[in-house]
Design a protein around this ligand. Structure first.
Ligand SMILES: *[C@@H]1O[C@H](CO)[C@@H](O)[C@H](O)[C@H]1NC(C)=O
Ligand SMILES: *[C@@H]1O[C@H](CO)[C@@H](O)[C@H](O)[C@H]1NC(C)=O
Ligand SMILES: *[C@@H]1O[C@H](CO)[C@@H](O)[C@H](O)[C@H]1NC(C)=O
Ligand SMILES: *[C@@H]1O[C@H](CO)[C@@H](O)[C@H](O)[C@H]1NC(C)=O
Ligand SMILES: *[C@@H]1O[C@H](CO)[C@@H](O)[C@H](O)[C@H]1NC(C)=O
Ligand SMILES: *[C@@H]1O[C@H](CO)[C@@H](O)[C@H](O)[C@H]1NC(C)=O
Ligand SMILES: *[C@@H]1O[C@H](CO)[C@@H](O)[C@H](O)[C@H]1NC(C)=O
Ligand SMILES: *[C@@H]1O[C@H](CO)[C@@H](O)[C@H](O)[C@H]1NC(C)=O
Length: 475
């Protein structure tokens, strides 16, 4: 009888092992879990994902760093500019989704995303009244526009009378949120459609950048929170309308769940008038939550020679070198060029052209850390530099003997870090998921344990008493 129990244990252990291995191979528990997550991560009234998408709980900070020019006279006579970095000037950014309107049977949702900025003196070095000497962007724009026009002379004289040159000083507050430019005020008299105010974030406080239509992820989880239309235009129109359009991407801190290390994640940036993609770089842990770090590869900012996808940014065969994006068309013709801060990952000549640039990976790269299971962004820093293209223009003595430059004005670091409460919740969820995914391995472990018990009992039996089953079987 004892012998039969021993054999049963043996058979049971083999069965459990087979069942466990079958479950591992079929990924039953993993599929069940993933299916549940795919169902839950949908933009739908009532889901957690919707609540987080509508009102993101962790604080988002927008930090501005300005470059203060120390040698304007020398620059006008052809020297390299020397700049000193100032800041951060930090703002808390609120970005709720508003006017939420579900469409097409819940497969799409329309919304606007107004952003409000509140100054945070405690997280800033300096005040909004700090004075910055930098390039005169409105003047450069006007001079470029009229460089070969009949009005060139008039404009130049007007600038002299208003005491406007290639460089000037403004308060941080003015540069960001707007000021009346004396030259634009004069020009408005001839062209009433012209806005006499200028600011890098002029009219951006409390206003939205147009209506978005997102996929809810109901049809396909991979589409969760992906932008379908922006300002009524589809990503598919990009190549035909050479305008401030967008390519596929998500806006804000939302990605689809169950992220794969090999995929490209697109994020839409209205500053760049398009989306940029990021690729897996490393695994890390943020506040105890496992995450994948995604960064834009060098090719994203590469010029057309290296990355033909960037052909849209070459206008009339006029391409910029690697690491720069010409966004002039999106900025009412202002000669604005975007790059990574301190020209990180750009052609070295740009950093060499300006004294005070020190590009480093840790400080100046854009990175998003995403929990791969849920697609929730646990940490991110979007870093972009605003530069102005400066060149000597004949007929405008204001440009002196300046060398052709991509002149850095300021850079931003828009960052987010998951709050403690959300991190705690996410940690519990990830732990539970790990247990569920490991159920088959636990079963296999149990099978192995039984197998060991079986072997031990067998050995004892061999050494010990004679068979008890034999008579039973033969009788
Ligand atoms: C979501 O549901 C609540 C109440 O259940 C309702 O008041 C609200 O209008 C709904 N929102 C949308 C966008 O449908
Ligand atoms: C909307 O969904 C319902 C239920 O899922 C379905 O019966 C209906 O046909 C759908 N309507 C459209 C226009 O897709
Ligand atoms: C933005 O608008 C909000 C509310 O209207 C206001 O409190 C805040 O001071 C504004 N921020 C800036 C930088 O003007
Ligand atoms: C920036 O430079 C200008 C001109 O040298 C100077 O007046 C100003 O104080 C500087 N700004 C700061 C915040 O140091
Ligand atoms: C955007 O996404 C659609 C649908 O997934 C795809 O057909 C299209 O090729 C994508 N466009 C770009 C530019 O990636
Ligand atoms: C693109 O960048 C590479 C390397 O920076 C450079 O050699 C090449 O001339 C650039 N091409 C154009 C069209 O600017
Ligand atoms: C940037 O693009 C504009 C037109 O969109 C073009 O006129 C200008 O020459 C370009 N700037 C540079 C530096 O290539
Ligand atoms: C943003 O980036 C800058 C450098 O680019 C860094 O000094 C700063 O600490 C970052 N801010 C946050 C909140 O991570």
């Amino acid at each position: 009888m004892k012998h039969c129990v021993v054999y049963s244990i043996g058979v049971l252990s083999v069965l459990i092992l087979i069942a466990g291995i079958a479950m591992v191979l079929a990924q039953v528990f993993q599929s069940l879990l993933y299916n549940r997550i795919k169902k839950e991560v949908v933009l739908e009234n009532g889901t957690d994902a919707f609540a987080v998408w509508k009102d993101p709980p962790p604080p988002v900070y927008m930090q501005f760093y300005f470059f203060n020019l120390t040698n304007p006279e020398e620059v006008l006579s052809g020297d390299r500019p020397a700049v000193i970095e100032l800041g951060p000037y930090t703002y808390r950014e609120y970005r709720p989704m508003e006017g939420v309107n579900f469409m097409d049977n819940g497969t799409k949702v329309a919304a606007v995303n107004p952003k409000t900025y509140i100054f945070e003196p405690n997280m800033s070095r300096g005040s909004e009244d700090d004075v910055i000497r930098t390039a005169n962007i409105p003047a450069m724009t006007v001079m470029l526009k009229f460089q070969s026009s009949f009005f060139r002379r008039i404009i130049s004289d007007l600038m002299k009378s208003k005491n406007e040159g290639l460089f000037g000083t403004w308060k941080v507050q003015e540069l960001l949120w707007g000021y009346k430019d004396p030259l634009l005020v004069e020009l408005e008299k001839f062209d009433p459609t012209l806005d006499p105010d200028f600011g890098l974030f002029y009219k951006m406080n409390g206003t939205d950048d147009g209506e978005y239509v997102f996929y809810t992820g109901k049809q396909n989880y991979l589409d969760f929170a992906r932008v379908d239309l922006w300002r009524g235009q589809s990503s598919l129109d990009w190549w035909t309308t050479e305008q401030c359009n967008m390519i596929n991407g998500t806006n804000g801190a939302t990605f689809h769940p169950i992220i794969n290390k090999t995929e490209r994640l697109y994020m839409f940036s209205s500053d760049l008038c398009r989306s940029i993609y990021t690729m897996f770089e490393s695994e890390l842990s943020v506040r105890g939550v496992p995450a994948y770090r995604f960064v834009p590869p060098r090719e994203v900012f590469a010029n057309m020679t290296i990355n033909p996808d960037n052909a849209g940014f070459c206008v009339g065969g006029n391409c910029l070198s690697s690491g720069l994006l010409n966004v002039s068309v999106c900025k009412q013709g202002a000669p604005i060029i975007m790059s990574s801060p301190h020209f990180y990952q750009a052609d070295e000549k740009f950093a060499d052209d300006v004294f005070g640039m020190r590009p480093t990976k840790e400080e100046h790269e854009t990175a998003i850390d995403i929990n791969p299971l849920t697609g929730i962004v646990v940490q991110a820093a979007k870093r972009l530099q605003v530069n102005v293209f400066i060149e000597k223009l004949s007929g405008f003595s204001q440009t002196g003997n300046v060398r052709t430059l991509v002149y850095p004005v300021m850079y931003i670091n828009e960052s987010v870090l998951i709050d403690g409460d959300s991190a705690k919740k996410l940690k519990v969820l990830v732990t539970e998921a790990n247990v569920v995914i490991n159920v088959p391995f636990i079963i296999i472990g149990f099978g192995i344990l039984l197998g060991i018990v079986f072997i031990v009992l067998m050995c004892r039996q061999e050494r010990g008493t004679p068979d008890e089953c034999q008579p039973l079987l033969s009788s």
